[in-house]
Design a protein around this ligand. Structure first.
Ligand SMILES: Nc1nc2c(ncn2[C@@H]2O[C@H](COP(=O)(O)OP(=O)(O)O)[C@@H](O)[C@H]2O)c(=O)[nH]1
Ligand SMILES: [Mg+2]
Length: 196
């Protein structure tokens, strides 16, 4: 591959909206009713390869490992993010996106050009006010310039569409290089090394 890149994806939203389940479904195609996985591992990876463009993108999905319970986002978790997926399941958790998670991201990421996605999770569960909520979420995504998806990790709804969207959009984002240079000359020649 001529070009190897890394895309940093962060999922944000209140506790229990289904962020971990979404990551596990996207990256491993599994679903667990009780996600013990949040203990320890917090980054899951999936590759996007475009043979025609000779491009390989390592897409890292970062889970928020319980901090969301205290609604504390530390800048280092978010800094450098290329894509933010805001996750909400119902009216309350959607209000949290508007009043907290999105605002916090805008403060931390400021002028950075990051891709925004708004996801309504657990769409296998029908809620009383679902139609209104979906309309509200669509409207809101337009105002913040986000793409909107209704997903279910349990029923595997729209998971592929979401991942495909991430892959296609990643190709035109300004991503970090993931090329490992074997010797210094090669690195100096290209002017781009791997920063760890
Ligand atoms: N019905 C349904 N339940 C889900 C779905 N995704 C997650 N859950 C359940 O919701 C709970 C919280 O999910 P989790 O991924 O841990 O939420 P997180 O705190 O945002 O990471 C767990 O009991 C999951 O099994 C879904 O798509 N549909
Ligand atoms: Mg979790």
């Amino acid at each position: 591959m001529k070009s190897n890149k890394i895309a940093k994806v962060i999922l944000l939203g209140d506790s229990s909206v289904g962020k971990t389940a979404l990551i596990r479904r996207i990256t491993q195609n599994v679903f667990y009713f009780n996600n013990l996985s949040t203990l320890g591992i917090n980054c899951f990876t999936k590759f996007h390869i475009n043979e025609e463009k000779s491009l390989r993108i390592r897409i890292d999905f970062w889970d928020t490992v319980g901090h969301e319970r205290y609604r504390s986002v530390t800048p280092h978790q978010i800094l450098g993010a290329n894509i933010i997926i805001f996750c909400a399941q119902n009216e309350d958790t959607f209000q949290s996106i508007k009043n907290f998670w999105y605002k916090e991201c805008e403060i931390i990421l400021q002028q950075s050009n990051y891709l925004k996605i708004l996801v309504k999770t657990k769409s296998d569960i029908r809620l009383e006010n679902d139609e209104n909520l979906i309309e509200e979420m669509k409207e809101y995504s337009k105002t913040i310039g986000a793409m909107f998806f209704e997903t279910s990790a349990l029923a595997n709804i729209n998971i592929d569409s979401l991942f495909n969207y991430i892959c296609i959009q990643s190709e035109s984002l300004n991503l970090k290089d993931d090329t490992i240079y074997l010797n210094r000359k090669e690195k100096e020649g290209k002017g781009k090394g791997r920063k760890c």
